[in-house]
Design a protein around this ligand. Structure first.
Ligand SMILES: Cc1cc2nc3c(=O)[nH]c(=O)nc-3n(C[C@H](O)[C@H](O)[C@H](O)COP(=O)(O)OP(=O)(O)OC[C@H]3O[C@@H](n4cnc5c(N)ncnc54)[C@H](O)[C@@H]3O)c2cc1C
Length: 419
């Protein structure tokens, strides 16, 4: 049984960068990954293109009980360091409105350069290796696994939470982390589609439309997002829905009332929509019926559902629409009520919210305050980012910082002295 200076459990985005950082500091580094290969999730990021960071950074892009926790980590390894790190490994950045992708537009390139760098640095990667027990030893920790026992001076957990569990983040490390004294904030899917109570969504499936979605929790507006909303047979999806979803899933888990209002003409104020409808229905509709009078203003299927939900016959001559009916249609277009009863499961989520409370971890080093010599990186900590490269940014940054500090604590050497 050879002793490693640093052992990283979990070879995902955070774990691979943690291993690179530790090995660059001269630490004998090992990755224990229970899947048959490392980095499976990276391959599916950004629709296979990997949106690996974003030029716009700030606390407002991160969520959790203490979003400002990310700041000292980013001060050590932030967006610029990430772009440089990957550039040095061969990833030419391609930027689109602040979103960074590899120029190859292949997530596989990002994984490949990380694997190559690990190999170059002599990181020992053990796949299909699942820890069975982790115990404190004289010099660090002893990890019993299905493929042998490993001794390590410092230990980094980069095991993710529960999102897309087929890629390996299946929660199997939670019991080990809990045995070391840590707690978990309840885990809920985030960046996930939301499920609606209303049956009318069956008729709306397949529609994509620019809209503003406002989330209401216990009747109070909580957060709004505008962008391309996808209407599906079960409810709502698309980037604006992803962005608000973690607030919805958390509130639902707390048994609070959750709803959303959709403004289907987000560039227009409600009064302007009312005027527009009055013009279309009373001045220009000639012999059109209500359904025909909405053609060209919004998606045809959507227009018909909005009329039905407002209790207006599709075939009512447009000119006969009453003032009240017009008011109801305006309400449906600007404030379409969606009762949210759930979200799609973790299988459909890009990330999860919750995890290890950041108050249990040192902010500068990511070392556990409860189990000396244990570090955490990535999604397993209670930090989740918005859509747009922020979750990978957190994985790279926290991976790098935990790797450097774990290695320095194990070997007493600074990264700068080694490189
Ligand atoms: C479809 C999809 C698209 C996404 N697109 C983007 C995007 O474009 N940009 C962005 O910023 N973010 C994106 N994300 C989110 C991003 O991929 C994650 O936030 C990030 O990968 C988390 O990294 P991690 O290393 O903390 O966890 P993970 O990537 O989940 O890695 C955890 C690793 O630990 C291993 N592991 C777990 N338990 C054990 C155990 N008991 N023993 C040994 N190994 C274990 C797992 O097998 C896995 O390899 C996307 C996610 C998904 C699912």
């Amino acid at each position: 049984m050879t002793e490693a200076d640093v052992t990283v459990i979990g070879g995902g985005a955070a774990g691979l960068v943690a291993a690179v950082a530790a090995a660059r500091c001269g630490a004998r580094t090992r990755i224990l990954e229970h899947m048959d290969r490392v980095g499976k999730k990276i391959l599916s990021t950004g629709n296979g293109k990997c949106n690996y960071t974003n030029a716009l950074q700030g606390v407002s892009y991160y969520r959790g009980e203490d979003p400002a926790f990310v700041l000292p980590v980013f001060a050590q390894f932030g967006h610029e360091e990430t772009v440089r790190f990957f550039r040095e490994l061969g990833i030419m950045p391609k930027e689109r409105r602040g979103y960074f992708y590899p120029a190859s537009e292949q997530a596989a390139s990002v994984l490949e350069v990380l694997r190559m760098e690990c190999a170059y640095l002599g990181v020992e990667t053990v796949t299909s290796c699942a820890p069975e027990s982790i115990r404190k030893s004289e010099t660090g920790y002893r990890i019993q696994t299905n493929c042998g026992t490993y001794q390590t001076r410092k230990l980094i957990f980069a095991t993710g939470l529960l999102a897309a569990p087929k890629t390996g983040s299946d929660g199997s490390a939670f019991s080990h982390i809990k045995k070391l004294g840590h707690h978990f904030i309840d885990i809920v899917p985030a960046l996930v589609p939301l499920v609606a109570k209303q049956s009318c969504f069956k008729a709306l499936a397949g529609i994509r439309t620019e809209a503003c979605v406002t989330l209401y929790i216990d009747g109070r507006a909580a957060v709004s997002e505008t962008g391309e909303v996808q209407l599906t047979d079960y409810g709502i999806s698309g980037i604006p829905v992803f962005q608000i979803s973690r607030f919805a899933t958390r509130a639902l888990q707390e048994k609070r009332a959750v709803s959303a209002k959709i403004h289907f003409l987000p560039s227009l104020a409600r009064e302007d929509v009312k005027k527009l409808l009055a013009e279309r229905f009373y001045n220009y509709a000639h012999d059109k019926d209500c359904s025909q009078a909405l053609i060209g203003l919004c998606n045809k299927k959507l227009g018909d559902v909005l009329l039905k939900e407002s209790g207006i016959s599709l075939h009512l001559p447009a000119k006969q629409m009453s003032g009240r009916q017009l008011e109801r249609l305006c309400e449906a277009l600007c404030s379409f009520q969606v009762d949210i009863i759930g979200s799609k499961p973790v299988e459909a989520a890009q990330v999860c919210a919750g995890g290890i409370p950041v108050c249990e971890v040192e902010q500068e080093t990511l070392q556990s305050k409860l189990a000396p010599g244990v570090y955490f990186a990535g999604e397993v900590l209670d930090v989740d980012g918005t859509c747009g490269g922020y979750n990978l940014q957190w994985a790279w940054s926290s991976g790098y910082v935990s790797g450097v500090h774990a290695a320095e604590a194990a070997c007493g050497r600074k990264e700068s002295e080694k490189r």
